[in-house]
Design a protein around this ligand. Structure first.
Ligand code: GSH
Length: 217
């Protein structure tokens, strides 16, 4: 039964790139969790009690341990089971890509996506983003994945953010970064990605648990 196999509770937000990468790893690992979809504008108390910083994803394990960083959720999930050896294929260069993604690229991406919020020039942000995107384009020209012939943690951790970047102006993205665009399309067509993007009703306290294996069959 799903309930017996449940290893914890996952607070998530469907479109959040950090939550997408965590759900990808949990899905591939085949870990059973209770899924709680939350609204970022009205975070439930249970989420804030577990992790006062108020970001998603948050994984609360049955032991009470709280994991509130997406990369740590991925590492935890893949330590349970890593059927495609994503961890083994994660070379040093892949780690550097993830770091740049979560650092300077995320800032440029926010400025590009929300110029009115950040009072930035989207063209300047787009040019800044190229420092990160062009090396990725080069990788995808040379091999199917960021780390070479096999997918690794980097592909999974990064594609949700590239998805957001491409969505701003897809024609511009595809013209400047054709190989990265093909790589992205591969991930958007991935069966696991499609599963973890299934729409889940918002969680409310007291609602019956929605188990991963039932929601994302
Ligand atoms: N470093 C965190 C970042 C997570 C994060 O910033 N998630 C965003 C959603 S995409 C969030 O929860 N923001 C809080 C808010 O919008 O109130 C992680 O890797 O898990």
């Amino acid at each position: 039964m799903a309930e017996d196999a449940c290893l914890g509770v996952l607070y998530t937000f469907r479109r959040c790139p950090y939550a997408i990468r965590a759900r990808m790893a949990l899905a591939v690992a085949g870990v059973e969790v209770e899924v709680r979809e939350v609204a970022l504008k009205a975070k439930p108390d249970a989420l804030l009690e577990a992790s006062p910083k108020g970001t998603v994803p948050v994984l609360v394990l049955a032991s009470g341990e709280v994991i509130d960083e997406s990369l740590t959720v991925m590492a935890w999930a893949l330590a349970q089971r890593d059927p495609h050896a994503w961890l083994t294929h994660t070379r040093l260069r892949c780690r550097a890509f993830i770091e740049a993604n979560d650092g300077p690229f995320k800032s440029a991406l926010d400025a590009y996506k929300y110029p009115w919020r950040t009072q930035s020039d989207p063209d300047v942000a787009w040019r800044e983003a190229q420092d990160y995107l062009q090396p990725l384009e080069q990788c995808c020209t040379e091999a199917p994945y960021l780390g070479g012939m096999q997918p690794s943690l980097a592909d999974i951790a990064i594609f949700p953010f590239i998805r957001q970047c491409a969505a701003v102006d897809h024609a511009r993205f595809a013209a400047a970064l054709p190989s990265l665009d093909a790589w992205l399309n591969g991930w958007l067509e991935d069966a696991t990605f499609k599963r973890i993007m299934a729409k889940v009703p918002l969680w409310t306290p007291g609602a019956s648990p929605r188990y991963w294996s039932v929601l994302f069959r």
